[in-house]
Design a protein around this ligand. Structure first.
Ligand SMILES: [Cu+2]
Length: 186
């Protein structure tokens, strides 16, 4: 119980200082264009198509693995989240009212291969487990922040399921209590 409340205290400390969350990236939908036409986002970001004029949709072309169709976009914007597992894209789309003359694409900025650094380097900044990694992990687990760019590096206890409370336990124990460091990547 003492252990749990210690973690809760630390977590609440870091909630206040947690870094920016996954962001919302706006694509304006006008007559007859998307702006920007081509947009690259980070894993976890949400693309928000926002109508500024006319009658339009955001509709994936079917040429990629990710499909969406907004229908006619009204006063409520249309959101799609792009995650690491979607792959880099590009994900082409068009307006189903105006066809290929009104089209665009989304790409995802995929980070370099995993486990090139140290396990525990959750934010992939090239350093071993630090407070910044703890920030990142808390943000991921409790606030819907982006998952680690390197899932293997986020799996601190090497149980094949990254970014869980058990990894948070492990990291807190490592940083604050002189507990064991995360095992090396394979
Ligand atoms: Cu249109």
């Amino acid at each position: 119980m003492k252990w749990v409340s210690a973690i809760a205290a630390i977590v609440s400390l870091f909630l206040a200082a947690a870094p920016a969350n996954a962001t919302i990236r706006v694509v304006n939908v006008g007559n007859n264009f998307f702006n920007p036409i081509n947009l690259t986002v980070n894993p976890g970001d949400t693309v928000r198509w926002t109508r500024i004029a006319g009658v339009h949709t955001s509709t994936s072309t079917g040429a990629s693995t990710k499909d969406w169709n907004s229908g006619i976009i009204g006063s409520t914007p249309f959101d799609v989240q792009f995650v690491l597992a979607d792959g880099p894209g590009p994900f082409p789309y068009l307006c189903s009212v105006h066809g290929v003359s009104m089209s665009g694409s989304i790409s995802i900025n995929i980070p370099p291969p995993c486990c090139v650094g140290n396990r525990g380097d959750i934010n992939d900044d090239g350093n071993d487990a630090t407070i910044l990694d703890l920030n990142y992990l808390v943000n991921d687990i409790f606030r819907g922040g982006p998952p680690s760019p390197c899932p293997e590096e986020a799996d601190l206890n090497n149980d094949s399921s990254p970014s869980t409370i058990l990894d948070l336990n492990f990291l807190v124990n490592d940083i604050f209590r002189g507990g064991p460091s995360a095992p090396a990547c394979p």
